[in-house]
Ligand binder design. Structure first.
Ligand code: CA
Length: 374
């Protein structure tokens, strides 16, 4: 009786038959078709990949998160793809990660695009520039405002495919042992502040110092440097700066929302089955929102600790200082875009988006912070 009913049903339901056959074929065959029509060939082949990073091994939040991301990729792929994460220096030195993935020594890497400004000046727009966009605006520009296409175009020249993969949120301005009341207070000040921010600081008369994270506490304690920036309350607390510096300055004018990156060797990525490509893309997107949430939660907790348990004095850079740092930033941006056509093209997109985002924020988030959540 059941058999007859089923036969009749199948005869009547042509659509149903077609649908069932398609599903059966997809399940039986080794290939299926993904939603956008690109073949997703699951040959059952296993991939064992290496990820090099610019961070110390298992670095809080950032490195720990990458270990988690490797687990997500393994679980989503049913074990077909396993990724071993290497801290900076474990397989290659941290700042050789880009070249290692470009050449295929490792299949993927994690870092910040501004580390590669020496190879491609335009790269820093995909991480952070002083007085730039915050995390929400960076994500909007990259995901929905045309930024990602430019980033892909730039990295293709280096045999890489980039993905947004984490954001530090707005950082703090750094730890000082003297007050900054005017530009004169920056003259000759030895501060650890890397990259673009360091160049701006030098134009303002300061003396930027390059120092690895591991040396910062001792350098500040012994007076080798007068000041240092790092990230925000959570990571800075772990470094112990609150025990050796008097003032914690806001805001992090040089890093308003630094976007982190996953970069994958392009030929190896292009050769992956479509489903594994999407699994990597999806894992990076999950890491992106996870890191921003985690760092927001830890920073607001540790700011509380710094103020209530350590009596840390939060200070703000005077407007006069910030206004002049902005002028120097614009001068350096003009130099970069005049000498590198691709940087000019990326900055045009970045700047147009930032201006619109600024106007939108002026009637929404700025009002929210100033009037509603005060
Ligand atoms: Ca920083």
């Amino acid at each position: 009786m059941k058999k007859i009913n089923r036969k009749n049903f199948l005869k009547k339901s042509v659509l149903g038959t077609v649908a069932l056959s398609t599903v059966a074929a997809a399940c039986n065959a080794e290939s299926a078709t993904s939603t956008d029509g690109v073949p997703a060939i699951n040959t059952g082949k296993k991939y064992r990949w290496k990820m090099v990073t610019t961070w110390p091994p298992n670095y809080p939040i950032i490195g720990e998160g990458l270990e988690e991301m490797a687990k997500w990729i393994e679980a989503m792929s049913g074990g077909r793809m396993k990724i071993k994460v290497y801290g900076g220096g474990e397989l290659v030195p941290p700042l050789e990660s880009f070249d290692a993935v470009s050449s295929g020594t490792a299949e993927m890497g994690h870092g910040g695009a501004y580390y590669w400004a020496g190879k491609a000046p335009a790269a820093q727009f995909f991480a952070s520039v002083p007085f730039g966009m915050n995390a929400q605006q960076m994500n909007a520009w990259l995901i929905s405002g045309g930024g990602m296409a430019l980033w892909r175009e730039l990295y293709a020249k280096f045999n890489l495919v980039p993905f947004s993969c984490g954001n530090t949120g707005v950082q703090m301005g750094g730890w000082f042992n003297k007050e900054i009341n005017s530009l004169a207070d920056l003259q000759g000040l030895k501060m650890r502040i890397p990259g673009f921010g360091g160049k701006v600081f030098a134009k303002a008369g300061g003396s930027p110092v390059l120092a690895a994270g591991s040396e910062l506490y001792t350098s500040l304690e012994r007076g080798v440097i007068d000041a240092t920036e790092w990230i925000g309350p959570f990571h800075d607390y772990k470094m112990g700066f609150q025990d050796i510096a008097k003032y914690y300055y806001a805001p992090g004018w040089h890093e308003a929302g630094t976007n982190l990156e996953l970069f994958v060797n392009k030929p190896k990525f292009d050769a992956l089955p479509k489903d594994l490509q999407m699994i990597i893309e999806t894992a990076a997107a999950r890491y992106n929102i996870w890191m921003l949430s985690e760092i927001e939660a830890q920073n607001n907790l540790y700011l509380d600790k710094l103020i209530k348990e350590k009596n840390i004095d939060i200070r703000y850079f005077p407007d006069e200082v910030l206004d002049q740092l902005r002028v120097y930033t614009d001068e350096i941006l003009a130099e970069i875009t005049a000498s590198d056509p691709f940087a000019k093209k990326v900055y045009a997109s970045y700047d147009a988006f930032r201006n619109r985002a600024k106007n939108w924020a002026a009637v929404t988030e700025k009002v929210f912070y100033n009037k509603l959540q005060k």
